[in-house]
Design a protein around this ligand. Structure first.
Ligand code: DGL
Length: 273
């Protein structure tokens, strides 16, 4: 088992996982992180599960070679396709994204909830099982958010294009009388300001990232892996393409202490590393 003072690995198909990293640095301020964005292969949503397993496996090897003590799969689509494979093949704890059907189904008053996610996430065992278990008496209005990941990746989360696309996806959910909407893709929290313009205030938006960060803390504690030192934390961000959007979203969303060192590395292919 790795030492508690090594970094936490975190990966996504692109920059979406920054929404999870944001919650992680808030509750784990003494931890260091290595983030891998597979920007060259983004989006994962329309890809076959076998391809996503192959890519996730390469990234996991890359993060473990860098000494990571645990891995947060900060991508719903990669969690859906690959987390069983990863857990079966590596000896470190993996924390994945949970589609937050459970809190939405338990709290809905209208008995109708909306779920926005990628095609890959809807096909995964986790989504199917969680819906069966918690949403059997709830009307689930689900929608593939085709094109939304690309808008976030190109720095256009806050644009007219995003608003138009979101309106197209959300209006049928409003017709379903939903009172909760689950953000089933880690890129979508960056669309929240636009989403809030479209939906009435009475609808609760559920972003699973804070729960995933709490689960990460719990898993680290249980495995004796919480950082024991008050060393200066570092965050290294690797991208298989350009890290421009990572930098933009980090600066827009994450308040780092002056103690944290931060580094961006572009053009790293995990599969050939
Ligand atoms: N952030 C990924 C997720 O949570 C985006 C998926 C994609 O690349 O299509 O599913």
């Amino acid at each position: 088992m790795s030492s508690s003072n090594t970094p936490i690995g975190i990966f996504d198909s692109g920059a979406g996982g920054i929404s999870v990293l944001k919650e992680l640095v808030t509750i784990l301020p003494n931890e260091s992180f290595i983030y891998f964005a597979d920007s060259a292969n983004c989006p994962y949503g329309p890809k076959q599960p076998e391809k996503i397993i192959e890519l996730s496996n390469c990234i996991t090897k890359f993060l473990l070679d860098k000494g990571c003590k645990t891995i947060v799969v900060a991508c719903n689509t990669a969690t859906a396709a690959a987390i069983d494979f990863l857990r079966g093949n590596y000896n470190v704890p993996f924390i994945g994204m949970e589609p937050a059907i459970k809190p939405a189904s338990l709290n809905t008053k209208t008995k109708s909830i909306g779920v926005l996610a990628t095609a890959g996430t809807f096909k995964g065992r986790l989504y199917i099982e969680t819906s069966r278990k918690f949403a059997s008496d709830v009307n689930v209005c689900y929608q593939v958010g085709e094109g939304l990941v690309e808008l976030v990746e190109s720095g256009m989360a806050n644009s007219e294009e995003s608003e138009n696309l979101l309106r197209k996806y959300i209006e049928p959910m409003l017709d379903c009388n939903i009172d909760h909407i689950v953000l089933g893709c880690t890129h979508y929290p960056f669309l929240r300001p636009v989403l809030e313009k479209i939906i009435p205030k009475s609808i609760t938006i559920i972003d699973p990232a804070p729960a995933v960060a709490r689960q990460t803390e719990k898993v680290l504690k249980e495995n004796g892996l919480l950082s024991a030192t008050k060393n200066l934390p570092s965050i290294e961000l690797f991208s298989s393409g350009s890290s421009r959007i990572l930098k933009f979203l980090m600066e827009e969303n994450i308040q780092l202490t002056a103690r944290t060192s931060i580094k961006y590395v572009d053009g790293i292919s995990a599969c050939n590393a």
